[in-house]
Design a binder for this molecule. Sequence first.
Ligand code: NAI
Length: 339
Amino acid sequence: MAGRQAAVALLRRGLGSLAEQAGPQRKVAILGAAGGIGQPLGLLMKLNPLVSHLALYDIVGTPGVAADISHVNTRAHVSGYAGEEQLGEALKGADVIIIPAGVPRKPGMTRDDLFNINAGIVKALATAIAKYAPHALVNVISNPVNSTVPIAAEVFKKAGTYDPKRLFGVTTLDVIRARTFYASKKNLPVKDVDVPVVGGHAGITILPLFSQATPQVPITQEEIEYLTKRTQDGGTEVVQAKAGKGSATLSMAYAGAHFADACLKGLNGVENVVECSYVESTVTDLPFFSSKVHIGKNGVEKIYDLGPLSDYEQQGLKDLHVELAKSIVKGQTFVHDNP
Ligand code: NAI
């Protein structure tokens, strides 16, 4: 009993200190909020003291999810929106919009196999964002990210609202996996580890830069190749383990919440917010590319160069070029062919 009281007191103190950190009013909207990613992501955003209003939107199921999450005693007011006619209300006034809407992979599928369904979903949601929340920072999780981000960009361009500084493909899960696998392989405390991951978010387009990992420890070429492949195949590892019941949801919710938190911090003027993200870029000759970006009050403030690459990473960069270029064009073409 005494233990339970102590735990309750600790929890109260924790939540109290969270409330003290609260800053300006910030609305976050999650589109696809009743799904495998959407539900835990909604919960994690409800725990974020930077959020004052959490809008949960899906085509079905959101009233239940919203009622459930709303009982958690943290700062954010929660509202649920179900069905297209409520999408505008969900979006109005949003500072950050997170999109995990769409179908996930099943064993044997690539992210590109999702294109036909998810392209239409992202296009429709981007059209509504252009109308109701054109200044929000948009975090695209729906796969294939390599194509869905160019799709959103084309929709925004057509609507005359495109600001490349405000559109992000969420590749944070790749970074989180690279950190976890590197720490585990080299017996390092994972909290001290960072590994930049550049390129895109599918198969060989995911390029972890272990030559720039921190802390630097002796590592063999064989270990680098193992870690690179495991990072690239991390999603497939989960798809296979779930055996037909979807893809990464819990680790993705964590990654999505981490990235949205970075966006909120940037908007709030916190300095030195740097994350890897798939954005419009001139770092390579590809129009979209993931690398380290500085997020500030206007979204992307600066995109960092790739830095010195090992021979192995340079080869990886060459190898990903054709596939990433094709995925970008596929997204752009989809919007032009489906006006
Ligand atoms: P899920 O099927 O469990 O949930 C998707 C949700 O989207 C459902 O609740 C569904 O009703 C909703 N939805 C469908 N059409 C919609 C629309 N027009 N508007 C709003 N909501 C709509 O799928 P899960 O596992 O949550 O995955 C969602 C997406 O995230 C998939 O495309 C998946 O490939 C992607 N993903 C991305 C990752 C990344 O690293 N960027 C990692 C893991 C998954």
